[in-house]
Design a protein around this ligand. Structure first.
Ligand SMILES: [Zn+2]
Ligand SMILES: [Zn+2]
Length: 673
């Protein structure tokens, strides 16, 4: 029987391609990019064929047979394999660990029942594949120019679409998409968005606009069956528009012609565990590899993208005005909490503004990025506070559930009846979360319809969507929420945004904190006044309660002045030699004792030197202990990306050889340091 050797990538942390034997009758060989079921240890697993050969360097008696090849699925394209290969290389992970988790779970199980079902279902689908759009609204001049530039671009053309909130970036994307769909007979488009809770609105818009085009969504709240079907629709080229969150960047799209990244500055494009990739950065690489245009849109671009736009690497398109006629940017005002002392967390000025909106039947939004009732409870007689026993953090009071919860290790306790140290029964909440603000509002405005939206109020599947729908239907007077409410939503009746307590981020040790705070404030401010101002209606306002009213960051927010602010930040970064002028990687280690983690990092620091690389001293992470594990980190820096990449490769090999029991991981281009 003629046979061949399959080199197969498996999802294992070790380096990770193995040879298997496969009988090929009639000379028909499996192809690179197909999936195969193979024995591995005592298990059977699905791997990805990355090589087919006649011989193996593994001795014949050690070779095992592959069990099955998933012949019903078209092979993943060489371009897709190259993308996975690049990600593996760049983020210093084995190929199998990148390529396989990016596939639907149902493709990686022992049976092909789910795959066969999805194939059958798709075969029945008689999509018309007609890209003719319906009801294209007229664009303003700046929008039209942007849509034409993006839709008409050929070859690798990265574009930064810098448009103020409410300037109609979505409409620009849709019309650029229409041009691409009309021009490229099979062309596919990938649209990435940061949050799942933004997808339904955009999904509806796309479906309404392109009724003849199959749209597939890819995000983490799909069922496995849906995910299989949608992934397959993209892989077979049937879905011409794929809309997804960061994981969709690894979708198989054989006819990809355009990539759109909405809110490109958003930190959620960065995966924060396992393969810590940046979907935005991978998207730019993917566009470059395929020689296709990519557009990165934002009202507050990341400094990395802004830097590229300034240096001419990206083309910059600007939308400086709101798209809706007579809709203007809200007036931003600072409320000095030193002068106007807040009661129940609200200054008298903010209360008056809320009252005015109530009287006029307009909506208000209060933004506080802290969920729970209060971040800590304390005993005023002995000074006890509700620390988490497992983490360097506090137990947060959740009053409606009568619980203390640690947001880092999920430890949950009943609220103690008395102080565990001195027995005092009068324990006090300290500080203010969304639940407490909600309670205060209910007392202030007993007649108001108040809705809180945060991770606690939206645990059930679909509840976030239901909550947002009720805001859109006008059933809510005052909305209070965390960053969940800050992004994307287009609340037509909203004319007031109040921002509570943003000051803490001003003094963070993280050099990215001010960039993030600015983006967040501009995003949430941008929820106000998106519709045309009605006769006699309120001027839309954003009120920021602060103790540091003279801080330059607030100055920039008041003036809607991203350009100037970004310019100043970039100058600071250049002077301090920080990204984007420097490239970084972070080695993290965790152990039951801090000393163990530090000792490992010291050994790592000493084991390899390179003239173009700076290896900083190990330090404990700012939140050192989580779930009874101590964590430390070591920052590696270089002015040269290739030098850093070359160093990391060699360094990782040395670290693996150390065979330490300490759990460690490496992150390239870390966001949180
Ligand atoms: Zn006490
Ligand atoms: Zn904890």
């Amino acid at each position: 029987m003629p046979q061949c050797i399959l080199n197969i990538a498996l999802d294992t942390p070790l380096n990770a391609c193995f040879d298997y034997r496969w009988p090929c009758a009639d000379g028909a060989r499996p192809q690179v990019g197909q999936l195969a079921l193979v024995p591995f240890g005592r298990r059977e697993v699905v791997g990805l064929i990355v090589g087919v050969a006649d011989t193996s360097t593994v001795p014949a008696d050690k070779l095992k047979d592959a069990l099955a090849v998933r012949g019903q699925l078209a092979p993943l394209s060489p371009q897709w394999l190259a993308l996975a290969g690049f990600a593996a290389d760049y983020y210093q992970r084995p190929l199998g660990e990148v390529a396989l988790p990016g596939l639907p779970k149902n493709l990686r199980v022992l049976t092909t029942v789910a795959l066969d079902r999805a194939i059958k279902k798709l075969a029945k689908d008689a999509s018309v594949h007609d890209g003719t759009p319906l009801d294209m609204p007229r664009l303003n001049e700046a929008q039209q120019r942007a849509a034409d530039a993006i839709g008409g671009a050929r070859g690798f053309a990265p574009t930064l679409l810098y448009g103020v909130t409410g300037s109609g970036k979505t409409e620009v994307y849709l019309q650029a998409c229409a041009q691409v769909l009309a021009r490229e007979a099979d062309g596919q488009i990938l649209i990435l968005v940061p949050e799942i809770n933004l997808t339904p609105q955009l999904e509806g818009n796309i479906r309404a606009r392109f009724p003849g085009v199959m749209l597939a969504t890819l995000h983490s709240s799909l069922s496995e069956g849906e995910r299989m079907l949608h992934w397959l629709a993209a892989h077979e080229g049937k879905a011409r528009i794929v809309l997804g969150t960061r994981l969709a960047i690894l979708a198989s799209l054989p006819h990809l012609q355009l990539i759109v990244i909405d809110e490109e500055h958003d930190p959620s494009y960065k995966q924060q565990e396992g393969l810590r990739y940046s979907a935005r950065d991978l998207a730019v690489w993917r566009a470059w590899q395929l020689g296709i245009p990519i557009v990165l849109g934002s009202a507050t671009p990341s400094l990395e993208s802004w830097h590229h736009a300034q240096s001419g690497r990206y083309r910059k398109l600007e939308l400086r005005e709101r798209a809706v006629k007579n809709a203007v940017l809200p007036r931003v005002k600072l409320l000095d909490m030193e002068r106007d002392r807040p009661k129940d967390g609200l200054t008298s000025h903010l209360v008056a503004a809320l009252k005015l909106r109530m009287e006029r039947g307009e909506q208000s939004l209060l933004f506080l990025n802290r969920r729970g009732y209060s971040p800590v409870i304390c005993c005023e007689s002995c000074g006890w506070i509700s620390n988490c026993t497992r983490c360097t953090s506090f137990m947060v009071l959740h009053k409606p559930e009568h619980r203390l919860r640690c947001h880092h290790c999920s430890l949950e306790l009943r609220i103690p009846r008395h102080c565990p140290t001195c027995g005092n029964v009068d324990l006090q909440p300290l500080g203010r979360g969304t639940q407490r603000v909600e309670e205060g509002l209910q007392q202030l405005f007993p007649e108001a319809r108040i809705l809180r939206i945060d991770a606690d109020s939206t645990r059930r599947k679909g509840s976030a969507q239901a909550a947002f729908d009720s805001v859109h239907r006008g059933e809510v007077d005052i909305l209070i929420g965390t960053q969940m409410v800050a992004k994307g939503h287009d609340f037509k009746k909203l004319t007031l945004v109040g921002i509570l307590n943003p000051d803490t981020a001003l003094f963070s040790q993280d050099y990215r904190a001010s960039e993030r705070l600015f983006a967040q404030l501009m995003q949430v401010a941008g929820r106000a006044g998106r519709a045309a101002q009605s006769e006699g209606g309120s001027v839309s306002e954003v009120l920021i309660q602060t103790r540091y009213a003279r801080h330059p960051l607030y100055d920039a927010v008041v003036n809607h002045d991203y350009d100037h602010f970004a310019g100043a930040l970039l100058e600071e970064r250049a002077q301090a030699a920080l990204p984007p002028y420097l490239f970084q990687a972070l080695l993290r280690a965790e152990a039951p004792e801090l000393a163990t983690a530090i000792a490992f990092l010291q050994a790592a620091q000493a084991c390899l030197a390179h003239p173009a690389i700076t290896i900083n001293d190990p330090i404990p992470m700012s939140m050192t202990r989580v779930h009874n594990v101590d964590r430390a980190q070591l920052l590696v820096e270089s002015a040269s990306r290739p030098a850093l990449q070359a160093f990391l490769k060699e360094w990782l090999a040395a670290l693996r050889d150390m065979k330490s029991r300490v759990k460690w991981s490496l992150e390239v281009d870390p966001l949180d340091i």
